[in-house]
Design a protein around this ligand. Structure first.
Ligand code: PNW
Length: 477
């Protein structure tokens, strides 16, 4: 890693790209405007207000649908090299199916892309950040195998309209999160069937990912673009030096990261052996005739292997893993299948999200684990950030970013092939079931005003220095 500015110890290479990220449902609003169809998060927030903090919805959110120019102005102010945003599937295809294309939806994203390019900001597009068309959920959503075909059709429509200008694509944001919380748990669409629907979801997401990657390779590679997937990976640190805790931590990494990384990034492909073996064994003991983890065909294994030009990594925090009791209940559960106990160290600094404690060294370990386990793939950090109480002088966000970027820099010195960093998030947004109560923005949003006024925090000014010098600023005042 060569220094680009004398004097500062922590500088990133000249082509290292700095950006910020958002997601459609979390910022756009305009939930039923200009032909947009209903998504599972529209349905969920409207029919289950009690499940969302303060009964909030994303109906208006930060109103980014009506603020393209304003949001791009913030990006210019930040001096970011790229902007990662997601496309709302039901805004493009109101019924989820490609026979009916909403031209207004295409126009919105097309204009956003044009504004970004006019300001030398590279657009990075996520095709799916959790807002499934409700009509497809009515067919079972990600648990229905046919969704791999519909996702392929949707992706083709998007590539057809945007691949002349967009060169960096992600199929999915965090399949672990939405399969586990949405199908295994009580987030939208609330499948609430852990150890069963989460595996069906993961299976079809992986099949859909491979289909889209291969289609892009065949029909759109000539555009010069690349396709990846975004996986979340909280570092899993053994709770002690005991051999059984070391082993438990590795099982947790395989279940929580290998589940999606191994089929795509390992030389052998397919699910991690420990996952196949444990779920098969426990399923049999629960009297199921076969494993609750679905099986890929040989063709699917081959198609998935190597189906990503880079790894998009979302990393926020670290967890401690201890060996479990080994007890097996009749009721299927992802956690029993994994069979470990996951906690966090109460000494690690807290934030405004219960799951998020500040542990920068875990980032370096996670990146090195990826390097060693998957033959050092190119990594783009697609999310990293922290939630804090609402304040302008957000010193702790600056410290969080500086700490994690130092750890990332160390990982690059260790040999990790990291190409860029993306802060979550540009602006305060709808934090799913936490409503607007968890604030990750470099910019504040005044949710009490109709104009949703944005104002920069200290962290925005800090980030603007970083993007311009590619070196960590020594001071933030
Ligand atoms: C991310 N973890 O999810 C999502 O991609 C964003 O939409 C969301 O706004 C952001 O987190 C902040 O909450 C995560 O295991 C899922 O540490 C899992 C983890 C972290 C973030």
């Amino acid at each position: 890693v060569e220094a680009t500015r004398a004097g500062s110890e922590v500088c990133f290479p000249p082509h290292f790209t700095f950006g910020v990220a958002t997601a459609a449902y979390q910022i756009e609003g305009a939930w039923n405007v200009s032909g947009k169809g209903e998504s599972i998060w529209d349905r969920y927030t409207h029919t289950h207000p009690e499940r969302i903090f303060d009964h909030k919805t994303g109906d208006v959110a930060a109103d980014s649908y009506h603020k393209v120019k304003e949001d791009v102005r913030l990006l210019v102010e930040l001096g970011v090299h790229h902007y990662r945003f997601s496309i709302s599937w039901p805004r493009i295809l109101p019924t989820g199916l490609s026979n009916d294309i909403n031209e207004d939806g295409i126009r919105y994203y097309s204009e956003l892309v044009d504004h970004l390019l006019a300001n030398n900001i590279v657009p990075m597009v996520t095709l799916y950040h959790w807002d499934l068309p409700q009509s497809l959920q009515d067919l079972g959503g990600w648990t229905n195998p046919i969704i791999a075909e519909y996702f392929h059709d949707y992706a083709k429509v998007v590539f057809e309209h945007l691949s002349d200008r967009v060169k960096v694509w992600f199929t999915f944001n965090e399949p672990l999160s939405f399969c586990q919380e949405g199908y295994g748990g009580t987030d939208a669409p609330a499948g609430n069937s852990s150890g069963f629907e989460d595996y069906l979801c993961g299976h079809n997401v992986l099949r859909a990912h491979a289909n889209v990657y291969r289609m892009f390779e065949r029909d759109y590679r000539h555009t010069g673009g690349a396709v990846g997937i975004v996986l979340d990976f909280a570092w899993m640190e053994p709770a002690s030096t005991a051999a059984e805790d070391q082993k438990a931590a590795e099982i947790a990494r395989q279940f929580q990261f290998g589940w999606f990384a191994h089929p795509i990034f390992s030389p052998e492909g397919d699910y991690p052996p420990v996952m196949k073996q444990r779920i098969n064994e426990i399923s049999k003991r629960q009297n199921f005739p076969r494993s609750r983890l679905p099986v890929f065909t040989q063709e699917e294994v081959v198609s998935l292997r190597g189906s990503s030009d880079f790894l998009g990594l979302n990393h926020y925090t670290t967890r401690l893993v201890a060996a479990g009791s080994g007890k097996i209940y009749p009721q299927p559960s992802f956690y029993t299948d994994m069979g470990v106990v996951i906690t966090q160290n109460p000494d690690w600094p807290r934030t405004n999200s219960t799951w998020l404690r500040v542990v920068p060294w875990g980032f370096r370990r996670a990146l090195n684990y990826i390097r060693v386990s998957y033959n050092n793939p190119p990594v783009l950090v697609t999310e990293n950030g922290v939630s804090l109480p609402r304040m302008t002088h957000d010193v702790r966000r600056v410290q969080y970013a500086a700490g994690y970027l130092r750890a990332l820099h160390e990982a690059m010195k260790d040999g990790c092939d990291v190409r860029g960093y993306t802060h979550w998030s540009l602006i305060n947004n709808f934090e799913w079931t936490r409503g607007y109560s968890e604030r990750f923005g470099l910019y504040d949003v005044e949710y009490a005003s109709a104009s949703r006024t944005r104002s920069p925090r200290l962290s925005a000014r800090y980030y603007a220095k970083l993007t311009r010098t590619r070196c960590l600023p020594n001071t933030w005042e």
